[in-house]
Write a protein that binds this ligand. Structure first.
Ligand code: XCC
Length: 632
């Protein structure tokens, strides 16, 4: 067995404790303190039984007051809240996708943004019946971008990308009337349905929640992923590192945080510019290190090998190192706490998007026309800030692991092709993977995704579940903060397969395909890559998606986006396991639909289990049940 050692959650926690001591010295607030102030949480809010959709209330449902003033019962109230929660997530992902469409529209041969993957662009154009012959690649990019933008508001028809799904899944969407129409329409319709005096029937509200989720996963998010690939390159296997130890004390440290790669890609470009590096040296540093937090980090790790400093609940830690010259953010998952926290240090907290404006930040408005100038100004400001460090506050926990990342759908197929070469469609085949599952070398797969949530011991659920599943010969595909938890622990180092953490079957497959046992597929929007993978497995194997020994899991989820994701994952036929309750348990009807009833519609549903070990057992059981049903 190998010498390789995982970093434990206890080691993560000890590093955080040490950083919080620095925080205490400078009077910094922390999420750990705020959690204490906010606990216990309001039970009405947590169970979804509080309605403040009109101003007659707020109405809170109890045994003594079973209906709101309008007469809506708890099932209607919880259902409306659940739908609004989903709509918030679908809007957020999809608006990110829309921004990427706009960036694609702005590409030009001599501009800030170029087409890096023309093949993918041509493939999408053909899929969308856009003439490609004899067309300049930038004219084509503009036409595809405009067609993509139309997907948000088109008056008729359904999302174009639905045709990518296997036939059976498409038929389910059609039959259940959940095939998403224009993305903005699904979000608006969700708000309309949940307005005072509209729907209060749980079935109707949950059905729309599924449709809104699908407009995200097979609409906005999928465009976000695909067009980011066209713009910045489709991820290929790449070596990088993860955890706070990727920050370098002698260098200017710039941390990128958020979700939209348009900004972080530019920052990375300029941080590599010899002129900027020389300037950093002039200011007393040895160089410039860019690292990342949250999904922006995943984006640049997947395409450039930029190291991942941390995930969602590590964002304050990067500032607490005292060695962060600038934390540069775009949109989503950014703590407003970074404003006051950065003031306790020399750190510049730079916001860049009109979508995410925060007090006590420096706002440098970023847009595609001025992207180069903006990025250069940000890198320069960080360099000039190096001399303002308070040396006595600097402490970077010396903790990092190697990680192989970059497993887009295309890259997974390429890796599988290395094992057997059997083309099925123009993107290759998933059959080697299917054969491993059929033979039992792999028992199945889990798509593990999502955030950190202080309701769960941070990162512990992700990492412990991954270890349990790997031991049981279940391979994992990951995204978002789950992927970063794995990378920080060392589970993305290919060496991990030579330890007893990994079962013999997973080891064999990983050795043959030369992959780590947990595959980093990207950011939150890249869960759309997982949908393509699942549908193509269904197409190639002849199974339906719901028959594949595959489940989804978000053990530490927290955001509205996560619920939107969950809804499109179950609606694609993949049972989904959560470690945190959605705000829906106040209604037996809504709760019952989510955890069982919707199975009659989409062949999959949710399971919620807060005991993480049990959650793992339930997933393994489900995978084994699916194997028995398939007779494999
Ligand atoms: Fe945000 Fe995408 Fe959640 Fe992480 S996982 S906390 S949503 S960064 Ni997507």
């Amino acid at each position: 067995m190998s010498e390789f050692k995982l970093t434990t959650v206890e080691e993560f926690e000890a590093a955080t404790e040490r950083l919080l001591e620095t925080g205490a010295k400078v009077g910094a607030d922390s999420w750990q303190m705020r959690v204490k102030n906010q606990t216990p949480h309001c039970k009405f809010g947590e169970s979804g039984a509080c309605c403040k959709i009109c101003s007659m209330g707020p109405c809170r449902i109890t045994a003594k007051a079973p209906r709101g003033i309008c007469g809506c019962d708890v099932h209607g109230i919880v259902g409306r809240n659940f739908l609004r929660f989903t709509a918030g997530g679908a809007a957020t992902h999809s608006d990110h996708g829309r921004e990427i469409c706009h960036t694609l529209y702005e590409t030009s041969a001599d501009g800030n943004y170029k087409v890096k993957d023309p093949e993918k662009l041509i493939r999408i154009a053909k899929e969308w019946d856009i003439e490609t012959e004899g067309k300049d690649i930038y004219d084509l990019a503009h036409e595809v971008a405009e067609t993509g933008l139309m997907e948000y508001g088109k008056p008729f028809g359904h999302q174009r990308f639905l045709k990518r799904a296997d036939k059976h899944t498409q038929e389910i969407w059609e039959r259940e009337e959940i095939a998403p129409r224009a993305i903005d329409r699904e979000v608006s319709c969700s708000l309309h349905m949940s307005h005072v005096g509209c729907s209060s029937k749980p079935e109707a509200l949950v059905r729309q929640a599924l449709r809104a989720g699908l407009s995200d996963g097979w609409g906005g998010s999928m465009m976000g992923t695909e067009f980011s690939d066209v713009l910045f390159g489709t991820p290929r296997e790449m070596e990088t590192e993860a955890n706070l130890g990727v920050m370098v004390e002698e260098n200017v440290n710039i941390v990128v945080h958020g979700h939209d790669p348009s900004l972080s890609e530019m920052i990375c470009e300029y941080a590599e510019d010899p002129e900027m590096i020389a300037y950093a040296k002039e200011k007393g540093a040895q160089g410039i290190t860019v690292s990342g937090v949250c999904c922006t980090s995943n984006e640049v790790a997947m395409r450039r090998g930029i190291p991942m400093a941390g995930n969602y609940l590590q964002q304050e830690n990067v500032v607490l190192t005292g060695a962060c010259e600038a934390i540069v953010v775009d949109v989503q998952c950014i703590f407003p706490a970074l404003g006051p926290l950065s003031k306790c240090f020399h750190t510049k907290f730079i916001t860049t998007s009109p979508i995410a404006q925060m007090p006590e930040s420096e706002f440098i408005r970023f847009n595609s026309h001025t992207a180069g100038e903006n990025a250069k100004a940000i890198v320069k400001a960080a360099i000039e800030n190096f001399q303002n460090r308070k040396k006595e506050l600097v402490h970077i926990p010396q903790m990092k692991q190697k990680a192989s990342v970059g497993y887009s759908y295309e890259e997974i197929i390429r890796k599988l092709d290395g094992v057997t070469n059997s083309q099925v469609d123009d993107l290759g085949t998933t059959m080697p993977l299917v054969d491993c599952v059929k033979s039992g070398v792999l028992r199945g797969a889990v798509a593990m995704v999502g955030c950190n949530n202080p309701k769960v011991r941070p990162d512990a659920a992700h990492i412990e579940l991954m270890k349990k599943l790997l031991k049981n010969d279940i391979i994992l595909v990951l995204s978002g903060c789950s992927a970063q938890a794995a990378a920080r622990a060392g589970l993305m180092d290919k060496e991990v397969i030579y330890t007893d953490i990994v079962g013999a079957g997973v080891r064999r497959v990983c050795e043959l395909a030369d992959i780590p046992p947990v595959l980093h597929m990207g950011s939150c929007v890249d869960i759309s890559r997982m949908m393509i993978l699942a549908s193509n497995i269904a197409k190639h194997s002849g199974w339906t998606v719901s028959q594949i020994p595959l489940v989804g899991c978000a053990p530490e989820w927290m955001s509205e986006k996560a619920v939107s994701i969950g809804n499109y994952v179950v609606s694609t036929g993949i049972d989904t396991y959560l470690g945190v309750e959605p705000y829906a348990y106040g209604s037996s009807e809504v709760d019952g639909l989510l955890k069982g009833g919707i199975k009659d519609w989409v062949e999959a549903c949710y399971t919620v289990e807060k005991d993480i070990d049990k959650l793992g057992d339930l997933m393994i059981e489900r995978i084994e049940e699916k194997r028995v049903a398939l007779g494999i």
